[in-house]
Ligand binder design. Sequence first.
Ligand code: ZN
Length: 256
Amino acid sequence: MDHTQKSILGPRLFVIAALAVAAWAMVYKTGVATSDEAGIVLHLPEEVADWRGVDLLFCPNRECGGQFFPAQLADPSTCPRCGSPLGNMNWAERSMLPADTGLVRKYYSRPGGRDDLHATIVLSGDDRSSIHRPQVCMTAAGNEITEERVIRIPLAGRDQPLEVMVMDMVKPVQREDGTPAIYPSYYAYWFVGKDRETASHIVRMVWMAYDRIFHGVSHRWAYIALSGGRVPGSGAHLQTIADFASQLHPALLKPE
Ligand SMILES: [Zn+2]
């Protein structure tokens, strides 16, 4: 083996070995302290630039699937259709996420109802399994992902841009008259851990393993997701995401 080959193989072997150790550490948590420290606040502001946010309530009953704004309801604690207790998770989230998962969400729109979107923060609970690869959930919900890319959003007061993964999706739906249609939408997200931020699920997994192995801690990671409709063939939603995320980002930072 000549020297060149060796120098390429060396780092590769190191990465493979590191991943093997990481995989082992992920399975056997022995000696790893869980930490309650999160990298962000679990709260969404009422206002983000000229967007106004309102809460959403969901019925946990799968057959019902009710979704309401609190202002619509005389009693915001109970589903007016089926009587189930309302909460901030829909049935899929309630069935898939561990009970101690933190979740907040708001529905935002600009004056005139423009650029409306849903913002969600999911904060992992004690067993750290609350955060999945979002692609899995989206396709399980019947969406087809047509494009995926990372956009880099400039932030005021920081040299490094915020990187956000944006998935363009289409979903076959039925109109009220029963004719088939396609609903084009987007789902954008990034992950935040203590002193860490990434748009990549894999990078997040590597950071988690690194912190377990070298610092002996497992922090609570969160992900922030923005979703809404889009116009097919247009990139206008990317600007909406950039405008919203750049204004939301500072509001999520923990007070020092
Ligand atoms: Zn209901």
